[in-house]
Design a protein around this ligand. Structure first.
Ligand SMILES: [Zn+2]
Length: 452
């Protein structure tokens, strides 16, 4: 049997999302009532983690522990009156939630055989399920004294660990691949729910349906008092619900046809000698291949061709998907970074040069101080402050985040050290790091033009 290449970090969740059961409030409520149900908690996008001995784990609570936030049953399929289940049939009421903290059904970590064929009885099916259901809960807007009490409970359960809402980019350092994938979906989904509280078509509040995977306009519930307002445009057609947002971005390893050089860029927001693969957001009306060609021309002034897919990585900051490609370019074509002014520098490196960086102890290491500078650069670039300046640089956040992961628990490279790497690049927890390493170790397929 062929060996499947390892999935990128933050993807490959072991949870069965059971997406076809999200409209069954009885099923979801039965899962939530199970003693095996587990809840991962977030506050302002920061996951609650237990950190100890360089290992970071999501804190998972039983349902009883988060009851003060999520409320009493029904958690899903709520109706007009708190504590009552809706009995009316309407798509905007399917597993609807109007009361209590924002929650999302993430999926089930199966522990045995399950038959998901025809499910006649949702409650019986949920009770018969082999595995642990996982949910995420957003504590951002919850009473802080109750949150503190939950934290005390978590600290008692993890003696010796640092239990806290961890900075979301560095939180994944030391996580298992499974926890990282659960974090990725939990964070993106809560973020989406928190930022889409009003209907973009008519301005009325929205509410959660399908266990947190859709939001619907509250003007469409049977008991809505809409006065003489015009019907919400989402009441008709395929636009009757809002779907979770995923922002697609391309990230590209650009090589020459003979596959012995790679083009890397130094973003203006990066510390001194940090180089990475080039990236940017997909725009409407573009194929991924179009986007690769446009972005690389804009950032480096280089025409690329032979665009081939490599792999992808979910990037939950807050909801991107980094779609990785390999492409060819001519190293003799002049590089120019003055078009979109995102990069301070872009240059071709040889395999020997890249390997020397990857084999260097500090090659994928960025100090906390340097990371702080990147973070300040990005966070300081608010939309208001930016009004008269250039737009936020695409892909910079992703690459800066890579830098944060690279920031090891150590203080980073010693400035007094003479043996500095030629440059530094992202670690293997990022697709940028995977692309660079795969190329350096000869794992890319040959260019289609190589033997022409
Ligand atoms: Zn509406």
């Amino acid at each position: 049997m062929a060996t499947e290449r390892p999935v990128n970090f933050l993807s490959g969740s072991p949870l069965n999302r059971l997406s076809w059961m999200r409209d069954s409030a009885i099923f979801l409520d039965t899962l939530a009532a199970s003693p095996k149900a587990r809840w991962v908690a977030f506050q302002a996008g920061s996951p609650l983690t237990a950190y100890q001995s360089s290992k970071s784990a999501l804190v998972a609570f039983p349902t009883a522990d988060v009851r003060p936030f999520i409320g009493e049953a029904p958690l899903f399929g709520q109706g007009k009156v708190k504590g009552e289940r809706s009995t009316e049939k309407a798509s905007v009421l399917e597993s609807a939630r109007f009361f209590g903290a924002r929650i999302v059904f993430i999926g089930v970590l199966e522990s045995g055989e399950n038959d998901f064929g025809r499910i006649e009885d949702a409650e019986a099916a949920a009770n018969a399920l082999n595995g642990s259901p996982y949910f995420s809960v957003d504590l951002t807007d919850e009473d802080q004294s109750a949150v503190d009490a939950l934290l005390e409970r978590a600290r008692a359960a993890h003696p010796g660990a640092n239990v806290s809402f961890a900075e979301p980019r560095s939180a994944i350092r030391g996580m298992t691949a499974e926890d990282a994938a659960t974090f990725a979906v939990g964070r993106s989904m809560l973020d989406w729910n928190s930022r889409n509280r009003f209907c973009s078509a008519c301005g009325q509040p929205t509410h959660s349906v399908w266990g947190g995977w859709k939001r619907a306009c509250s003007s469409l519930v049977p008991w809505a008092d809409n006065g003489d307002r015009k019907p919400c445009p989402t009441s008709k057609g395929l636009h009757n619900v809002n779907h979770p947002r995923t922002d697609a971005a391309i990230i590209v390893a650009i090589t020459n046809e003979t596959n012995d050089k790679i083009l890397l860029g130094h973003n203006k927001k990066f510390p001194g000698n940090f180089y990475s693969t080039l990236a940017g957001f997909l725009e409407p009306g573009e194929s991924f291949e179009d986007c690769v060609k446009r972005e690389i021309l804009e950032e480096a002034g280089v025409h690329v061709y032979n665009v081939r897919y490599h792999s992808a990585q979910p990037w939950p900051y807050p909801s991107s998907i980094m779609v990785g490609f390999v492409a060819d370019a001519d190293p003799n074509e002049p590089i120019r970074t003055d078009l979109d002014n995102e990069l301070a520098d872009a240059r071709w490196y040889t395999r020997e040069e890249v390997l020397s960086v990857l084999n260097h102890a500090d090659g994928t290491n960025i100090s906390r101080r340097e990371y702080k500078r990147i973070d300040d650069n990005i966070n300081g670039q608010s939309n208001v402050a930016n009004k008269n300046g250039p737009p936020p640089t695409e892909g910079a956040d992703a690459q800066a985040a890579s830098a944060q992961e690279a920031s090891a628990a150590s203080a980073g490279p010693d400035p007094a050290k003479i043996d500095e790497p030629l440059f530094r690049c992202p670690p293997m927890t990022t697709i940028a790091g995977v692309l660079i390493s795969d190329w350096a170790h000869g794992r890319f397929p040959a260019s289609p033009s190589a033997n022409l």
